[in-house]
Ligand binder design. Sequence first.
Ligand code: SF4
Length: 419
Amino acid sequence: MIATSMALIQHVCSAPLARAARPRFLAAVISSRNLSIRSSSSSSSPARASQAESHVLLGMSEQELQQVALDFGQQSFRGKQLHHLIYKRKVKEIQDFSQLPQAFRNDLEEAGWKVGRSPIHNTVTAVDGTIKLLIKLEDNRLIETVGIPVEDSKGSVRLTACVSSQVGCPLRCSFCATGKGGFSRNLKRHEIVEQVLAIEELFKHRVTNVVFMGMGEPMLNLKSVLEAHQCLNKDVQIGQRMITISTVGVPNTIRKLASHKLQSTLAVSLHAPNQKLREAIVPSAKSYPLDAIMKDCKDYFLETSRRVSFEYALLAGVNDKTEHAVELAELLHQWGRSYHVNLIPFNPIEGSDYQRPHRKAVMAFAAALESRKITVSTRQTRGLDASAACGQLRNKFQKSPLLLDSEDLQSQPDIAVAC
Ligand code: SF4
């Protein structure tokens, strides 16, 4: 979930900054932007595929792809080849599966199958190498995803993909451009996975970390998020510990996530140390009292042994005073020990009255937490330029409101009782 604006990149998509990517790597990134990205063909008349989603190969496991091959009268090793072509060679069109017999390729296409890759509509590149991509989905809706390269002192590059889980977001957090842009629909499994593959292709580098902090609230689309998580782990081969799922808090979903016992990090966006202030910043907090969230976070740790991390967007004059830090430390100590706080100094977005706090206020806030034995990191803004905040680029290219059609309304749970 992206929370902020700022933010964008920072909020979420800013992995702890070791060191900005060096020019050498940046040059490779920029030159790679010339690659041509074709649109995937749209599906038509499914013959042998039984469900709409099963027409898409991307997102399927090797076992599922072997079954597809068998269903078409092929030997199962053709499924292994499909797996290799989709996840290793990242081929986007069935007709480009040159290792497969032409007849098999034709049969797949005639039956309405497709790979499930979408074209990149636009990119914005920052001087530090961070790239935001707008991906155009089959229904012409746009989603944002961000690739964040960080090079360490030994020259190895960590590439983080900040992925979206919904088209827009229904939660409307007060500081967030995505929330202001409205909500359209949940993303499907392959639409989440393809964001990571698009970043790998653009950067010509493996994605090492994935954060579900792009557009949308992952917990409102938990089924697809878990399916995509499995695919990213097993098929794209990104370690579970390298994946972070973020939430602003949706009732009952943290417990549900804990039951899957993933070794991934849960990041909870608090943004306030008490219920009253939190409701002012995050309207959906009314349906999920702070004590209930903290209890669920404690239980998550007990169930998974994975530390919960808390995101805190610092808004000048709103939640950035030392007394807020003291209250936050007391709250965290009340509910456990293994907590970490990520501070995210807000970056102003269009249409928002919130301001970025002064550097001294940020440092004082962090010091107040640290002196109370709370581990803290402060995210720096990754330097995207105009339209960089979360949701702003999408809003720029898709100005008309995202319509909530009747189907979307039916499929979207009421957040007051969500999930
Ligand atoms: S409005 Fe949605 S995307 Fe934005 S911060 Fe809130 S939950 Fe995240």
